[in-house]
Design a protein around this ligand. Structure first.
Ligand code: SAH
Ligand code: SF4
Ligand code: F3S
Length: 585
C-alpha cells in the first residue's frame, strides 16, 4: 500500500516508540444496522449510553485510570449545540490513502455542521490529526507533533482563543483514552467508525471543557450515506472508499484491531459517488479498502452467488464467504458507468484474485493494467508465521497465471523484513522472489512489533534493528534493479498518460502517469487535438489524456515525447491495444 509523501499536511515516519499501557474498553450501544436505521428512537433529551463516553479528564488523571464517567455532567446536548459556529478546522493527515479518503468524509460531516476549513494551523480553532498506527515509528512522529500542537494550544489559551485538538484514525482507535493521559494535550479521540459523532464530540468539549472519546468499532458503518467533500480540488484524481476493515488477522498487523471487521459499501452508493466525481472533472478514481478485492455487497445478489472466490492454493482464517456481489462484478459495473474515467484499486490481498477480476481488467481499457499484489515475504515458513494463507509457490503460481492472462500487467508489492525469527536464509528467499518476479514498484518495511497482534503474544521480535535496516536496503536495491529492467522495456512504446501537474523540476515540463502508475515526464507544448494530426492544436493541462512515445527510463521515472491529445476509448481504438498479447519487444 502506498503511504503519503511528506508535505505541509502529510508526513511519514520511521522511528520507534513503545507503549506499555493497556487499552480501555468502552460500552458499545451500537447494534447491527443502527447506523442506517434505528426503528426505536429514544425520546429527546434521554441520553443513550454513548452520551456517557465523556471522559472526566481531571478524575481520570488523578486516579490514573484510563477513563471515568463524571456523573455531574449531563452529557447530552441539543442538536443545535453541535454547530461549529463557523469555527475553522485544519486537517493533518498521516498514514495510508484510506485516511485521505476518510478525511474527506470527516470534512463533509463538519461542513454540514457549520465548520469552515483553513490551510494554516495558526488560524485554526480545531486541529484534527488523522493518525496511523501501522508501525511504532508512525506513532512516535504523531506524539512529537502533538507535543508541538500542545505548545500552540498553551500559548493560545493565554490569548483566550482556545484551540481544540482532536486525534482521529488508527492511533486513536489503538490507544483510546491513553491519548488523554498525556498532559491534557488532546480534547477529542475518535476512531475510524465514529466520524459521524464528531460534531457532538467537539461540542461536548467546547461546552463542558471535557475530553470526549468515541472509539466504538461498527460492524456495518461504511459512510455510504455521506458524500465526501474533496480536499484537493486541483487534482484530476480521487479516492473512493468501497469497503472497510479486515478479517485476515495477519499475525504482525494492527489493522484488524484499528479498523474492525470487513464490510462493504453498497454498489449503488459507490456508482453514485463516481458518477458525481466524473461530472466534476475527475479523470481517475482509486477504489479503496483495507482488503479492496474482498469486496462483497450483501445487499445485492449475484450470478456467482454460490462460488467461493478464493485463489487455488490460498486459505483464510475465516470460513469461506459465499454470496453477494463481488469485486470483479463491481469493477465491471464501474468501468461501464464511467468509460472515460481511469480505474485503479488498492490495497488488495493476493487470495482474492479470481478470474472475474482479471477478466474485467482484460475487457475494459479504462481499468488500469496494474495490480498491487503484496507478498510480504518470499519464504513459506515466514509466510506461515505471518499467517498470510499461502506459500511462496502458490504466490508464484498466481503471478504466472496473472501474467499469462494479462502479459503487460504492471505489478507492485509490499515486503516486510526482520519479522520474528527471520533467518538470513529465510530473508534470502524474499530477495530471490523480488528478483524472480520483478516489480514495477515495491514498498519495503522493517518489521515493527505491535501490541495486541498474534505476533506480540506468540513470537519474539528478535531480529536486531541494524539487521532490519540492512535487509530493507537489500530489498530496495533488488526491487529497483528489476524495475529499471521492466521500465527499459517500455522505451519505444506508445503509452497513454493522464496529466497530473507541472513537473516539480521545471515549469516547462508536465508529468502524468501511465497505466502502470509510473510517472512520465513530457515537455510543455501545444499538441494536435487528435491522432489524425491537422492544424488544430491546444495546450496541455492537468486532467488531459495524452498519447506519448516513451524515450527514456530508470527504475522510477519515464521520459516521453508527447504525440497528441486523446481519450481513453479513442486511444485504445487507434493503437488497437490488445491486453491479451505482450507489447514487450
Ligand atoms: N491491507 C493491506 C495492508 C495495509 S498495511 C494489505 O494487506 O496489503 C500496508 C503494509 O504495511 C502491509 O502490506 C505491510 O507490508 C506493512 N505492515 C503492516 N504491519 C506491519 C508491521 N507491524 N511492521 C512493518 N510493516 C508492516
Ligand atoms: Fe493487515 Fe493482513 Fe489485513 Fe493487510 S490483510 S490489513 S496486512 S491483517
Ligand atoms: Fe495506518 Fe490505519 Fe492505514 S494503521 S496504514 S492509517 S489503515
Amino acid at each position: 500500500m502506498q503511504f503519503l509523501k511528506p508535505n505541509s499536511v502529510t508526513r511519514i515516519f520511521r522511528n520507534f516508540y513503545n507503549f506499555h499501557k493497556k487499552t480501555t474498553i468502552f460500552y458499545s450501544t451500537k447494534t447491527k444496522n443502527d447506523s442506517n436505521s434505528n426503528p426505536k428512537k429514544l425520546p429527546p433529551n434521554i441520553p443513550d449510553l454513548r452520551e456517557f463516553l465523556i471522559v472526566n479528564r481531571d478524575l481520570s488523571l488523578k486516579s490514573n485510570k484510563s477513563a471515568q464517567i463524571n456523573p455531574d455532567i449531563p452529557g447530552y446536548l441539543e442538536k443545535s449545540d453541535f454547530s461549529g459556529r463557523d469555527r475553522k478546522v485544519f486537517f493533518e493527515v498521516y498514514g495510508c490513502q484510506m485516511n485521505v479518503s476518510d478525511t474527506e468524509i470527516v470534512w463533509a460531516i463538519l461542513k454540514e455542521n457549520q465548520y469552515q476549513k483553513c490551510d494554516d494551523p495558526k488560524e485554526a480553532d480545531v486541529i484534527l490529526v488523522i493518525t496511523c498506527a501501522i508501525r511504532e515509528g508512525a506513532e512516535q512522529k504523531i506524539w512529537h507533533r502533538l507535543k508541538h500542537l500542545n505548545a500552540m494550544k498553551t500559548k493560545r489559551s493565554k490569548k483566550k482563543s482556545p484551540l481544540q485538538i482532536a486525534v482521529l484514525g488508527c492511533m486513536a482507535e489503538r490507544l483510546k483514552t491513553q491519548l488523554l493521559e498525556k498532559d491534557q494535550w488532546v480534547d477529542v479521540v475518535a476512531g475510524p467508525d465514529s466520524y459521524k459523532d464528531l460534531p457532538r464530540l467537539l461540542s461536548l468539549t467546547s461546552h463542558y471543557g471535557q475530553s470526549a472519546v468515541n472509539v466504538i468499532l461498527s460492524a456495518d458503518e461504511t459512510y455510504a450515506d455521506v458524500m465526501p467533500v474533496r480536499l484537493n480540488t486541483e487534482a484530476p484524481t480521487s479516492f473512493v472508499s468501497i469497503m472497510r476493515g479486515c478479517d485476515n488477522m495477519c499475525t504482525y498487523c494492527i489493522v484488524p484491531f484499528t479498523r474492525g471487521r470487513e464490510r462493504s459499501r453498497p454498489v449503488d452508493s459507490i456508482l453514485g459517488e463516481i458518477k458525481s466525481l466524473e461530472k466534476n472533472g475527475i479523470k481517475e478514481v482509486t477504489l479503496l479498502g483495507q482488503n479492496v478485492n474482498s469486496y462483497r455487497d450483501l445487499s445485492q445478489s449475484s450470478e456467482l452467488e454460490s462460488e467461493n472466490n478464493l485463489v487455488p492454493g490460498f486459505k483464510t482464517v475465516y470460513k469461506p464467504k459465499i454470496g453477494g456481489l463481488r469485486f470483479g462484478e463491481l469493477l465491471q459495473q464501474v468501468a461501464e458507468a464511467v468509460p472515460e474515467v481511469r480505474i485503479r484499486f488498492t490495497s488488495p490481498h493476493p487470495k482474492d484474485f479470481p478470474d472475474s477480476v482479471l477478466e474485467a481488467i482484460k475487457n475494459y481499457p479504462n481499468i488500469c493494467e496494474n495490480i498491487h499484489i503484496p507478498a510480504q515475504s518470499g519464504n513459506s515458513n515466514v509466510l506461515d508465521r505471518m499467517r498470510r494463507g499461502y506459500t511462496r509457490e502458490a504466490y508464484i503460481d498466481l503471478v504466472k497465471h496473472i501474467r499469462s492472462t494479462l502479459p503487460n500487467i504492471a505489478l507492485s508489492s509490499d515486503f516486510i523484513c526482520g519479522f520474528c525469527g527471520e533467518t538470513d536464509a529465510e530473508f534470502e528467499d524474499t530477495i530471490t522472489l523480488i528478483e524472480q518476479i520483478k516489480y514495477n514498484v515495491a514498498y519495503v518495511f522493517a518489521y515493527s512489533m505491535r501490541e495486541k497482534t498474534t505476533a506480540h503474544r506468540r513470537f519474539v521480535d528478535d531480529v536486531p534493528q541494524e539487521v532490519k535496516i540492512e535487509r530493507v536496503q537489500r530489498m530496495m536495491n533488488a526491487y529497483r534493479k528489476g524495475a529499471a529492467e521492466l521500465h527499459s522495456r517500455m522505451v519505444g512504446q506508445n503509452q497513454l498518460i493522464l496529466i497530473e501537474a507541472k513537473s516539480k523540476r521545471s515549469d516547462a515540463e508536465w508529468f502524468g502517469r501511465n497505466d502502470a502508475n509510473i510517472k512520465v515526464i513530457i515537455k510543455d507544448c501545444d499538441l494536435p487535438v487528435s491522432s489524425c494530426g491537422g492544424e488544430d492544436k491546444k495546450p496541455i493541462t492537468s486532467g488531459d489524456f495524452i498519447a506519448v512515445k516513451i524515450v527514456d527510463s530508470n527504475s522510477q521515472v519515464l521520459k516521453g515525447i508527447p504525440l497528441h491529445h486523446t481519450t481513453i476509448q479513442k486511444y485504445h481504438e487507434n493503437f488497437k491495444t490488445n491486453r491479451t498479447s505482450s507489447s514487450v519487444k
